[in-house]
Design a protein around this ligand. Sequence first.
Ligand code: PLP
Length: 430
Amino acid sequence: MSQVTEHFTRACRALAGGVSSSTRVNQALGHAMKFDRASGCRIWDLDGREYLDLCCSHGATMLGHGDPRVQRSVERVLARGAACSYENELHTELAELLCETIPSLERVRFTGSGTEATMHCIRLARAVTDRHLLLRFEGNFHGYHDQVMFGSTESGTFHPALQPQSSGIVPGLAQHIVQIPYNRPDLVDAAFSRFGDQLAAAICEPIYYNAGCVVPTAEFMQTLRSCATEHGTVLIFDEVLSSFRVCAGGAQQYLGITPDLCTLGKAVGGGYPLSVFGGRADLMQRLMPEGDCQHSGTYNGHPVVIAAALAALHAYREDDFYTHIEAVATRLYNGMRQLFERRGLPIRIQGLGARFGIYCGLTEEVRSYQDTLPHDRAMMLRLIAAAIEEGVYFHDYGGAACHHGFCAATTLQDVDEILARLGRAVEQLT
Ligand SMILES: Cc1ncc(COP(=O)(O)O)c(C=O)c1O
């Protein structure tokens, strides 16, 4: 029997659902993958089968698995005793370097997860504005706390029927949300005209990777920025997934739009569990102990993750880092397009930097959540299962369209190997 399935079955007896995170069950397999080891862009399962990794820890291992620079940095801090829940000089260095790298950051705080980072930004925005409404965009994902766990059952404006995405959500929270579709500057204008003086914050994914890869139009982003400024609403860019993906300064640098607050996650920790939130100094000063808004946590800024993040940030800031990302992206995305085209498969690739979406059955540009709905999920699940069989690892979380990505350890030769393996997978589909 396969070690992977045997261990998953065994895990289910003690670990709820056999996983530490509900979305870790790969829907294309019906169970969680169990990996034994990883190096660079390759991972090996418990049965010793090798895969080229196009999930990359859901975006966390941007440098690749076991990056030696990160490993050395972690080992140095472990040798010092890794005194947790205390601060050392590395916290200062990382904070300074982040403020130098990300346009909106004048002050930062370290926290554990992307979920916490968005929760704290929203709380801080409410504290500074003394307002409670939150403007958000249909389908954008901001983590697992009660304030943001809503999907819509219909495409509507302002107050569509919002459905909690989990049981156990505090009733009535949806009344604090104004929701509009992504990439609609006209509706941004309308929402601010109607609710502007009540909006504490507007939160968005500045590149909407959680629907695969949806890039905002310049008009949409400029309207959002100018309306937020005009109405004194705190503009929050949730860069948990987009940070370091396309350039060191994040989506905000790429788009040339500076939010008031932002979150960073996943890649920021170099494969270790760190998230960051920060922004304008006058807003961040509202945090205790200077101000009256609480943000604390025993494991915040654990020295191991701070050391890992410092090494990762130095790597992202290297001159040729994003030249390589762009070269790999171009070869991989064009290669996949040609592969699907040659087989006559109606599959669209949208990618920017190191992450991309695969849309089955769609040929037009995807610009919003609604555009993803006709995505042929059954075809996608078959494609992923066949790719895994041939040694390319994709993960399906269970949503409409998912995001995939590569890491910086992927070489152009690795791309050719990925494409050869995918070519064999695609043959199984036709
Ligand atoms: C944009 C965005 N925000 C927030 C989160 C939540 O982050 P975490 O899973 O670290 O809590 C995610 C996770 O995928 C995300 O993509």
